[in-house]
Design a binder for this molecule. Sequence first.
Ligand code: 5RP
Length: 230
Amino acid sequence: MYTQDQLKAMVAEAAKDEVLKNMAPGGILGVGTGSTANLFIDAIAPHQSHFAGVVSSSQASTDRLQKHGFKVLDSNSVQSLPMYVDGADEIDPQGHMLKGGGGALTREKIVAQLAQSFICICDGSKQVDVMGKFPLPVEIIPMAHAQVARELEKLGGVVTLRKVKGADSVYVTDNQGWILDVAGLSIKDPVDLESQINQIPGVVCNGLFARRKANVLLIGEAAGVRRQTY
Ligand code: 5RP
């Protein structure tokens, strides 16, 4: 039986193989955020000459990539990326994802939107029939937090303003936004809910990646890494 950390390491390794096999040398790679993405960064580090550069989805990933010596490019300088590799907090049978547990949802969505192919890497615990057990992160403009929270409550969620782990201060994103975590949703139509939440004034982005879903899933299970396409 593998531990969750071992499963994450296995999918990170599989993603390295997937990228090196399918991406022509000299291309630019999109890189996600989180503990699984960190393992992926470490796995591709010895192969960085394969890439002209990378586009990163958070300051944390940028720091890690630069420590390894990667050339991190501004997303504005890139028109398209062949691949974007990132983790997820939940993924449903259609490849719709719920992301943002690490707070990087907005930049993740921006980089994912540039990519021709989204490679989702996660351990088996992230695969669900219906998303919503993991609280849905919504990045907001701070001055709107109370009114956005009221609107999200109307959708049936229990809303919490994210705080820094182990502290009482409000968690601030790389974009100087705040995050509302919405618990208790049963997300049967993620494409519709993603659009609906985006319509609330003060919302910057929400953690549903349904309109731009995964193209390839590499999932770590008891039998090893399983590859699925959507
Ligand atoms: C960060 C994310 C991550 O991809 C998601 O939280 C999964 O993280 P981990 O790989 O640590 O389980 O969306 O904003």
